[in-house]
Design a protein around this ligand. Sequence first.
Ligand SMILES: C[S@@+](CC[C@H](N)C(=O)[O-])C[C@H]1O[C@@H](n2cnc3c(N)ncnc32)[C@H](O)[C@@H]1O
Length: 487
Amino acid sequence: MYLCTVNSFMMTLEKAYEKTTDFVESIPKTERKRYGQFFTSKKSASFMASLFTPNIGKATIRMLDAGAGTGLLTVAMVERLRTDGYEGNIIVTCYETDGKVLPTLYANLQGLAEKYRIQYSVITENFLLENTAGQQYDIIIGNPPYLKIPRDAPEALAMPEVCHGAPNLYFLFWAKSIQQMKTDGELVYIIPRSWTSGAYFEKFRTFLFGNCVITNIHIFESRDKVFDGESVLQETMIIKVRKSTVPPENVIMSASATADFKNLRHYLVPYTTVVAPNNFVFLVTNEEESNTLARINTQPETLATINMKMHTGIIVDFRTREVLRNEPEDGTFPLLYSHHIQDGRVKWPDGREDEYVKTEKKGLLQENADYVLVKRFTAKEEKRRLQCGIYLHSEHPEYQYISTQNKVNFIKCREPEEAYGLYVLLNSTLYDTYYRILNGSTQVNSTEINLMPVPTLETVKGMGRQLMAGKDMSETSCNKILGQWIR
Ligand SMILES: C[S@@+](CC[C@H](N)C(=O)[O-])C[C@H]1O[C@@H](n2cnc3c(N)ncnc32)[C@H](O)[C@@H]1O
């Protein structure tokens, strides 16, 4: 650990950036990639620094830059504080483990100290394994390393409260930084978007929202061009959180095509729309999306809480070829595929191959009950992401069991009106738009669907009764019914 205090001389973000560029050019990209070393662009660094709302009446501001690289973010932050007229003490702590970048980091910090009168220390130990107790920092700025590590790596074992499977260093840095932040302290990070939904980050999100609230989010609309000269194809965002349990009324959202921040757009989105009750975070890009989320996120239940969980079909056909049949025979049962979903119904059989199963294995069969089937693979480009159909056991009462192929999801219902009611939800434009905002991949993921807010069971059944009476299964008809129940 090194500690120095100096004043006067010259160091600007521009100079620190030149030194960063020299460093980047001196080390092969493959080597830097190994420890997740991508440097922030000058404009992103200034933008990140501009998001803080520091209390400039304070005698001392302590700041942290963990995974500091060449120190560009620290330079941008200190410059911002001094340019705003902050005259108190600035005490900076940087963590950096890469010996090759350290000379550039020291040079930049020394220059900064000489120009702006700061105290700094560089800690060359692993940030995630340092035994640092206490909440020390007012300001935390960072671009953490992006690197997946094994679930039994020492860094993962050190933070069991946020890990689920093999974690990525970026959210371990984020969690550890939060632990070290003072109450009402502020953190600005540039990170991938992946943490915002899905089961893998659930523990992390619980930890995050147990300690912090989001105040600002910046979205880069283009995947590429966020890190100067680097082809980082992760979708990237900038986030600011405050250590507090009192959320602001709105999150200040902004978006720009690339990291040059040209055509920067700002908009306010209600906090409860961005951070849903199930802790999913929605990166809202316009008013229509904001309205969709506001309507859905206020619904009181989930499919899990009304006991109607979605599951993935049980037959992986290429692994169980021996149980498949083209024609009915003694002891065969219907096997439902996604292609059987047609015009809101499950139309089985339709004359294709392997539509029957013959097996004694109970694990390959399910009760012949009422179901809503939902296609598991649908592309962004298709008119709808959620494509579903109703299967009623009364249409095939001769069978005790049925089965489902694993490219279709199913929800078991207790009575037809539940199936029709769920169909109204899943076939509406509102829920389709919601799912598009939530999930950009081609899979309709049951974990996400099961956590999606839905109305009470009574409402679902009420909508179902209305659809059954009207008999029009179209999207327009579902929208009309939904509009009467969900404002
Ligand atoms: C994505 S780079 C960001 C560098 C700089 N903050 C910037 O924004 O340009 C992350 C940095 O973290 C460092 N690093 C990786 N693992 C670390 C660890 N466990 N402890 C401290 N630093 C680490 C890497 O060497 C790298 O310089």
